[in-house]
Every structure is written in structure tokens, then in C-alpha cells.
Design a protein. Structure first.
Length: 249
């Protein structure tokens, strides 16, 4: 059987498993870590994205622990609330909160807490990681290397259900449409909140994050699984509706 047969999907399963394990594992740690930490040991946080703000109390990476005023757009009066330093936590908890510190603004009003401890990332990022894990699991179960990213991406659907896409050669349009459906809601919600007085809710942030994470993980797994060298030639790729890949000079 050729490498694109549905009974030989070792690479696709491996990629999906690794992606799901990494993202799903972090999701579990997001909820387990604050539960195992001492109650009320992680105060309300409010930092900057793509920066370390809570590494130490008053040394390197301590921007978040300073007084930025009660009504600051970024940051708040951490001195009044209580300092926080993830370098003082156990190694696993330190990793969870350090990763959140670097990648998320950690605004307390957009985050949840467990056991009196704020989670390491906001509600939208929680949804994003859940979506990343779900998209990888979908790929692990149904994804298939079909040479090009667009054909691999669409492989999660049964051939019969997408024959019309191949008959009219709308493969790229189909992939772009699905990507848009997953990512546009998070963009609308986020930018509307940024540019207007609109304030989203954590439920909406969670849902839009899940949608974006799901579609992006699905696409990413398809992209790194698309390996032309697994085939003898383009003509050996089996596509719906008996379509054939044509390599242009």
C-alpha cells in the first residue's frame, strides 16, 4: 500500500499525538497547578504579553510587581494586592506560570481562579490550548498525508463528502474558508474589544479561543505531515473524485 493509504498513518498519528500531548498536558497543568498550590498564593495579576513580568519580586522580570496605578491600561497596583514571583514556586508550577507570563497579559478580570489562585493564562488562552489539543486529536484520528497542505488538510473528511470540492477544484477555497471560520470570530471579538468600549465575556473568549486553536492546530498538523517524499510521484497520490495532482514546471 502507498504511504497515503489509510492503513499506514504512522507519521500522521505521531504528529497528532505529540501536538495533543504537549497542548493537552499544559491545559491539565493550568487547572491542576493552582489547585495544588497553597490557597491564595497567586494574587490578581495584570502584565504584558510577550514579556516576563512576574519572574521575581523586585529584580529581573519584576515589572508586574510594581505600582502602575489603579486605572492603568496595562498593569495595576500590584503592591497593594500582593507580590508574586513564579521563580519561588516548585519547578512544575514555575514552568506553568512562566509560560503564561511570557505569552499572556494575565489580566485578572479576564482570567479564572481556582483555590483562590489565578490561572496562569486568561480565558481566551485557555480556550486556545483546548482547541489546539482537540485539533491535534482530530488529525491523529483522521489526518492523511496527501502531498500538498490543502489536500492533507481536507483529508479529515471522507472522500465521498468532499468529492464536489475536487470535481470543481475548490480545494484551496475550501481550506481558506474553514480557516476563516475558525479565526475570524476571535479577531472580531478581540479587535472590537480593543478599538471600542465593547467588553467581551470570559465565555465568549473561551469559545472563540477554542475555535481558533482547533483550526490552527488542524492546519499545523497537516502542514508538517505533508511530505511529498513519501510518494513515488504526484500521480500516486489518491484523491477524492479520482482527481490527480499535476506538478507545474
Amino acid at each position: 500500500m502507498l504511504a497515503n493509504g489509510r492503513n499506514e498513518r504512522l507519521t500522521e498519528k505521531k504528529i497528532g499525538f505529540i501536538m495533543a500531548s504537549l497542548t493537552g498536558g499544559y491545559v491539565l497543568l493550568l487547572f491542576i497547578t493552582p489547585l495544588l498550590l497553597a490557597t491564595n498564593s497567586v494574587p490578581d495579576l495584570s502584565g504584558r504579553a510577550n514579556r516576563f513580568d512576574y519572574a521575581t519580586e523586585d529584580g529581573w522580570g519584576s515589572w508586574g510587581n510594581n505600582n502602575h496605578g489603579e486605572n492603568a491600561e496595562i498593569g495595576h497596583n500590584q503592591e497593594e494586592i500582593g507580590a508574586f514571583s513564579w521563580t519561588e514556586l516548585n519547578p512544575i508550577a514555575a514552568f506553568v506560570y512562566a509560560f503564561g507570563d511570557l505569552n499572556c497579559h494575565q489580566k485578572h478580570e479576564r482570567s479564572w481562579e481556582i483555590n483562590g489562585n489565578q490561572l496562569a493564562v486568561c480565558a481566551r488562552d485557555v480556550g486556545l490550548f483546548i482547541g489546539l489539543a482537540a485539533g491535534a486529536l482530530l488529525w491523529r484520528k483522521k489526518g492523511l498525508n496527501r502531498w500538498t497542505i490543502r489536500d492533507s488538510f481536507l483529508s479529515v473528511f471522507s472522500d465521498e463528502k468532499i468529492e464536489f470540492v475536487y470535481e470543481k477544484d475548490r480545494r484551496m477555497l475550501a481550506m481558506i474558508t474553514l480557516l476563516a471560520l475558525g479565526t475570524i470570530p476571535i479577531g472580531i471579538d478581540g479587535f472590537t474589544q480593543l478599538l471600542t468600549l465593547y467588553e467581551s465575556t470570559n465565555t465568549i473568549r473561551l469559545i472563540t479561543g477554542m475555535g481558533a486553536g482547533f483550526i490552527l492546530s488542524w492546519w499545523f498538523c497537516a502542514a508538517i505531515s505533508s511530505k511529498p517524499n513519501k510518494f513515488q510521484d504526484a500521480g500516486s497520490v489518491k484523491l477524492p473524485a479520482n482527481a490527480k495532482l499535476v506538478i507545474k514546471d
